[in-house]
Write a protein that binds this ligand. Structure first.
Ligand SMILES: Nc1ncnc2c1ncn2[C@@H]1O[C@H](COP(=O)(O)OP(=O)(O)O)[C@@H](O)[C@H]1O
Ligand SMILES: [Mg+2]
Length: 418
């Protein structure tokens, strides 16, 4: 039988779009192989596991049995084994005798053995992964243990940030959000985090409430109902969580409040655009680090280059299991302005731009003045086409899911029947 066993490189590449977040849980791992230790370490350091607490030991199943004779079992135990079927089953029976009823057990084995898989499932093992495991595979398996299969899939968060003020980041964010909702038929919420100077309301020519400020002002009360009241409807499939756009209110923003807001929004729509202001604070860093995708807009200038490089380096380093941010070079070719050539810019960042948008005062200026989208001003303009390309790239890149684990159609059915 030809089982689809995953090539780990391939896994990382094709499954970067996993959006699952692991809840506040304790995980103890008992490994038998250095590579598994490394994969679990990498998983534990990933943004999606930020809330989980992970402890890694060696010793395999026997090691776990020994530890839990005197300690309470955590939410999840990961055990690795190289043993054959009979020994694995015997050791797991011992583990079962010291395991609390709520504890979930995930086994990482080195055998691609259907019989073993069935036996493990019968024993109540939650998942069997075949080594070598990839860090994303571990994250996904653990997240799935706590995800209600009946719940709606989580939406994806796209954070837009400029490499300095005025580069066009907000304009792109709003236009991409509009395009996703209008042309790609996807429910979208644009969250304007630029509290004092945000322009989402202006760009959509909408009377908005203080949406985001009200939400940030009462993080403990945020739930779906409150959010629904704070959203401004902007189209069939588009809503704004608008900023007040005034300087009357002093708001102290915590990363945890942003986390609650964004996780509530992504529970209700597939697409969340976040307009991140050009400033630096812990909550800004949090927002960028935890987004599913980051779009950095930069102009071909020196300050922009320095700042974009800092952002790209930070994101590359802090999000090793995610694809790098997308770079948009904007306002290229302002008449008479000396510019850094886009190729040199890209080289300095070791990042090719996803898109280069020319300076187009006519189209952008008209859109900004009228409170319209670029496509409404001139659907055939290069700028509108660029927006369409960016929106499609962000939304359409999700490849069909590969089998994430040991998977046989009949084994799957067997599992569901249980
Ligand atoms: N490619 C472009 N050509 C001409 N004007 C642009 C272009 N991109 C953005 N703009 C204009 O630049 C100004 C600043 O844009 P904005 O999106 O508010 O920047 P940011 O959010 O990065 O501070 C706006 O008036 C916008 O219309
Ligand atoms: Mg802005």
């Amino acid at each position: 039988m030809n089982h689809a066993v995953l090539n780990t490189e391939d896994y990382g590449h094709s499954r970067q779009q996993i959006v699952a977040q692991v809840p506040h849980i304790n995980i103890r791992a008992f490994c038998d192989d250095e590579r598994t230790v490394q994969a679990i370490q990498a998983a534990a350091a990933d943004r999606r596991m930020a809330r989980a607490h992970v402890q890694i030991h060696m010793g395999g199943i026997a090691g776990a049995v020994q530890v839990f004779q005197s300690e309470l079992t955590p939410n999840v135990i990961l055990v690795e084994t190289r043993a054959n079927r009979d020994i694995v089953l015997a050791e797991l029976a011992q583990l079962a005798s010291v395991c609390g009823p709520e504890t979930k057990v995930v086994v990482i084995g080195h055998l691609n053995d259907v019989q073993l898989y069935r036996e493990l499932m019968r024993l109540g093992v939650s998942e069997y992964l075949i080594a070598p495991v990839h860090q994303l595979q571990i994250i996904e398996s653990i997240a799935n243990l706590f995800h209600d299969p009946a719940a709606k899939p989580l939406g994806r968060v796209f954070a837009f940030v400029g490499s300095k003020g005025g580069v066009g980041s907000s304009t792109l964010a709003h236009n991409v959000g509009w395009y996703m909702s209008r042309q790609l038929n996807t429910d979208t919420v644009i969250t304007d985090l630029d509290l004092a100077f945000g322009t989402a309301g202006l760009n959509f020519n909408q009377e908005t409430s203080q949406g985001i400020a009200d939400a940030l002002g009462q993080p403990d009360r945020i739930d779906q109902m409150l959010l629904d009241r704070l959203l401004t409807k902007c189209g069939d499939k588009l809503s704004l969580l608008a900023s007040p756009g005034n300087i009357e209110r002093d708001l102290h923003v915590e990363a945890s409040s942003v986390e609650v807001i964004l996780s509530t929004v992504r529970n209700s729509v597939p697409c969340v655009i976040v307009d991140v202001p050009n400033m630096w604070a812990p909550w800004i860093k949090y927002t960028l680090m935890h987004a599913d995708e980051v779009v950095i807009t930069a102009t071909p200038e020196l300050a922009s280059l320095r700042n974009a490089k800092n952002l790209v380096d930070l994101l590359r380093h802090g999000r090793p299991n995610d694809r790098p941010p997308r770079l948009v070079m904007n306002q290229v070719g302002i008449p008479k302005r000396p510019e850094i050539p886009v190729a040199d810019f890209a080289k300095a960042l070791s990042l090719d731009p996803a898109l280069t948008i020319a300076y187009d005062a006519q189209t952008f200026g008209t859109a900004a003045t009228n409170g319209q989208m670029l496509a409404e001003v001139s659907a055939k303009s290069k700028s509108a086409e660029a927006i369409a390309a960016l929106a499609q790239a962000l939304i359409g890149q999700e490849k069909p899911a590969k089998p994430a684990k040991f998977s046989l159609p009949f084994a799957d059915k067997l599992l569901r029947k249980k």
